[in-house]
Design a binder for this molecule. Structure first.
Ligand code: C2E
Ligand code: CA
Ligand code: CA
Ligand code: CA
Length: 278
């Protein structure tokens, strides 16, 4: 086992993905992991780029495997999506993120929105909006303290997405487009859907210091978002140079190792207590 401290993950042999354990075994293991409560959420801080202040967290799922250590989502989310287990898992993630955020509020800590990733399968479930309303009600979290991260592929299906996103927006829940720029080339959905925020994909941020094309793309995304009255957050920000570039181009927020890696709930709570900044 190899420690990957930054991501809070213990990585096991990557061959695992391709060989020994087949899909069905993994799917069976995931169901067991659910009933054994082996999933947990890490929380990665997000910062305002003007003030440097903490403005929120993204909830990121982990699987604490008894032998393999902390398993990152890339190793099991695809299997969960294929098997449909993502419905149960995604429902748990939504509930747990809202419960935790409300618990921090109840403890008197400063409160910020929590962002939750929504898979396309979850988005297609018939009563998503009702279920989210129910989760907010059960946990006592006010809707503006929940943000949903959808992918461009969800947003691109405008006909289907409109009614659902409008209802979520009416509820008061925030909507962000995740991994922006990696999906499709049409931006028409941006003016038709109630989108609050674009998350610039890490692949554009990574080489900002050396690739003029990436600089042009990032600057253009920020300008476009702002002209559409949509907020922008850059993901995967690791260096001060990247921060400076993003500040110069008036990007609103950032998330990445430069600020903080994803943290276990307890550490995220401690950070809230200190009202931590960049
Ligand atoms: P994502 O939504 O794009 O999440 C950001 C990923 O980038 C996270 O990986 C995070 O740990 C990582 N990251 C954050 N800052 C940095 C940085 O500065 N540099 C680099 N290189 N990486 C950084 P993670 O936690 O392994 O999650 C991977 C993906 O798994 C997520 O990508 C998301 O698509 C999916 N995922 C995670 N949690 C959930 C969940 O609860 N539900 C669903 N449906 N998908 C999830
Ligand atoms: Ca995300
Ligand atoms: Ca992302
Ligand atoms: Ca990404």
């Amino acid at each position: 086992l190899k420690e990957n401290g930054r991501n809070g993950c213990l990585l096991y042999d990557p061959a695992f993905e391709h060989t020994a354990i087949n899909k069905l075994t993994l799917q069976h293991e995931l169901m067991e992991a659910m009933s054994r409560r082996q999933f947990l959420l890490y929380y990665q801080p997000q910062y305002d780029l003007r003030s440097g202040r903490l403005v929120g967290f993204e909830a990121l799922i982990r699987w604490r495997h008894p032998e393999r250590g902390m398993v990152p989502p890339s190793h099991f989310i695809p299997a969960a999506e294929e098997s449909g287990l993502i419905m149960t898992l995604g429902d748990w993630v939504l509930f747990e993120a809202c419960r935790q955020n409300r618990a921090w509020q109840r403890a008197g800590l400063p409160s910020y929105p929590i962002s939750v990733n929504l898979s396309i399968r979850q988005f297609a479930q018939p009563n998503l909006v009702g279920r989210i309303a129910e989760i907010l009600d059960e946990t006592g979290l006010a809707a503006p303290y929940l943000k949903l991260e959808i992918t461009e592929s969800i947003a691109m299906d405008v006909e289907r997405a409109t009614a659902i996103l409008e209802s979520l927006s009416d509820l008061g829940v925030g909507i962000s487009v995740d991994d922006f720029g990696t999906g499709y080339s049409s931006f028409s959905y941006l003016k038709r859907l109630p989108i609050d925020c674009l998350k610039i994909d890490r692949s554009f941020v990574r080489d900002i210091h050396q690739d003029p094309n990436d600089r042009a793309i990032v600057a253009a995304i920020i300008a476009m978002a702002h002209n559409l009255q949509i907020g922008v957050i850059a993901e995967g920000v690791e260096t001060e140079e990247q921060v400076r570039f993003l500040q110069q181009h008036a990007c609103d927020e950032m998330q990445g190792y430069y600020g903080s890696p994803p943290l276990p709930a307890e550490e995220a709570g401690t950070m809230l207590g200190r009202d931590h900044g960049l």
